[in-house]
Design a protein around this ligand. Structure first.
Ligand code: BES
Ligand code: MN
Ligand code: ZN
Length: 483
């Protein structure tokens, strides 16, 4: 049951739980039963995301830290709202002035309300599908006290749609690989997309073979389950400003194949469809947010297993655009299935292609667990992706795609190898993907191997799938301008 979000002009006198936002500067004049000295003794410093619950005449006054007043932006507020929702999860109804308290010269109350809505839904997320007796969440209603203006209510609805999509992506990532297999993932994606007003086409194994998707078939060869390639289309209500293509790696479980991963490296490999999950989940919100651009999505789906006829190191695969790849390490499989999907996406000559993939461990070495690697071709398009990510509060950092590194994956027997030596693994993976993007099409690649999975609980996300990328994709679909 989703949390209901509402608005009220002021805080009802009878509200049992009322949460206020407090900036560092506002510590001197906090609402509620205790003064500054007492708060200091309690250790409440109004740091962003800090929550202090104060009993007060049979009700609760809750202080939510917003940090320094000049640094209250959407990201800090989303985090504060998430921390609030987490701390108050045991209460049925919460009233909060957080959005009104946070609104300032650069963040109006509608934008603040959207950030609060997102934070509340993201902070309340839990994956309980595998528990025999999950505790149902108590928090059912959060009322934003302050403005009830139409702009505020609409902003809340947008925030709800975006956070719901991100939580859907988390569900996909958190579902075990033996449960969310390629055929199941495709069925779920198709059902979700239809319910969200999108056009759906699911390619089964025969269709994939007819289409010549040799990379996807090669990775699937070690599996007893068939592959899928899901295509979704979002058509805006009015004439589309431009067409984007979203491509996502949908590797439902990565054992490494015959180049098998060690046990610990495999523990979280149900998350190897995080890019595909982000794409499908983002698509599901485009009608609700009214994106002005047409968006086509392509998600290749399979697991990477080691059945008796699995692709062997040394095998050569022929991909959709005719190029051949010598597979020297079956664990470098993401680029093989994305090769076909990028080539397919390119055939429709979109105005820009963005792919998301949990592609390389090297990207985690380079940028750590919280920042995605951004690569691409066409500086203006890469800039649009970078600024969309910035507005969405998702961290990305650009890596180069140098021409001369292409020699690292030259093959003696095929057009290229699927590996390129021990250094610069994220870059060489990006360069290999670029081989399959049609000439002249602006393209960006996000390597989300790090940020798609949280290794510890945080206010906005418990350990597990994060839904990283969903907010950037939705923001890009809403703001992309051609040329
Ligand atoms: N899915 C992995 C990348 C990955 C690793 C994602 C850890 C999330 C966490 C990918 O398929 C892979 O195995 N990449 C190899 C490439 C190498 C064999 C060239 C890697 O990064 O080791
Ligand atoms: Mn792999
Ligand atoms: Zn993988």
């Amino acid at each position: 049951m989703a949390i209901r979000l509402g608005t009220a002009r002021s805080v009802p006198a009878t509200a049992p739980v009322v949460a206020h936002g407090v900036t560092t500067e506002g510590l001197a004049s906090v609402p509620g039963p205790v003064g500054r000295a007492e708060l200091e003794r309690l250790g409440f410093e109004a740091k962003a995301g800090q929550v202090q619950v104060l009993p007060h005449d049979g009700s609760l006054t809750v202080l939510v830290g917003l940090g320094a007043a000049d640094a209250v932006h959407a990201d800090a507020l989303r985090k504060a709202a998430a921390a609030m929702a987490k701390a108050l999860g045991k209460h049925d109804k919460v009233v909060t002035t957080l959005a009104a308290d946070a609104a300032n010269g650069t963040l109006d109350e509608a934008a603040a309300a959207r950030a609060v809505a997102e934070g509340v839904l993201l902070g309340s997320y839990a994956y309980t599908a595998q528990k025999s007796a999950p505790k149902p969440p108590a928090l059912a209603q959060v009322t934003l006290a302050g403005s009830t203006a139409k702009a505020v209510r609409e902003a809340i609805a947008v925030g709800e749609a975006i956070a719901a999509a991100q939580n859907l992506a988390r569900d996909f990532v958190n579902e075990p690989g033996g449960s969310l297999t390629a055929p199941v993932f495709a069925d779920r994606a198709a059902a979700l997309a239809k319910a969200s007003g999108l056009k759906v086409k699911v390619m089964d194994e025969a269709a994939i073979r007819r289409a010549g998707l040799g990379g996807l078939l090669g990775v699937n060869r070690g599996s007893t389950l068939p592959p899928r390639l899901v295509q979704l289309t979002y058509e805006p209500a009015t004439r589309a400003a431009a067409t984007l293509a979203f491509v996502g790696k949908g590797l439902t479980f990565d054992s490494g194949g015959l180049s098998i991963k060690p046990g610990t490296g495999m523990e979280t490999m149900k998350s190897d469809m995080g890019g595909g999950a982000a794409v499908i989940a983002a698509m599901s919100a485009l009608v609700a947010v009214g994106a002005p651009n047409r968006v086509r999505a392509f998600v290749p789906m399979t697991d990477n297993m080691l059945g008796g006829d699995a692709t062997r190191p040394g095998d050569v695969l022929k991909t959709r655009n005719g190029k051949t790849i010598e597979v020297l390490n079956t664990d470098a499989e993401g680029r093989l299935i994305l090769a076909d999907a990028l080539a397919l996406a390119s055939e429709e000559k979109p105005d820009g292609i963005i792919d998301l993939a949990t592609l390389t461990g090297a990207c985690m070495v380079a940028l750590g667990l919280k920042i995605a690697g951004l690569m691409g071709r066409d500086a203006a398009f890469v800039d649009q992706v970078r600024s969309a990510a910035g507005r969405a509060g998702e961290r990305v950092w650009e890596l180069p795609l140098p021409e001369d590194y292409k020699q690292l994956y030259e093959s003696k027997v095929a057009d290229m190898k699927n590996i390129a030596g021990p250094y610069g693994g994220s870059i060489t993976a990006g360069l290999i993907l670029q081989e399959f993007v049609g000439d002249g099409i602006p393209w960006a690649h996000l390597d989300i191997a790090g940020p798609s999975w949280a290794t510890a609980d945080e206010p906005e996300c418990p350990t597990g799938g994060t839904g990283f990328g969903v907010r950037t994709l939705i923001e890009l679909a809403c703001t992309f301008r051609k040329g």
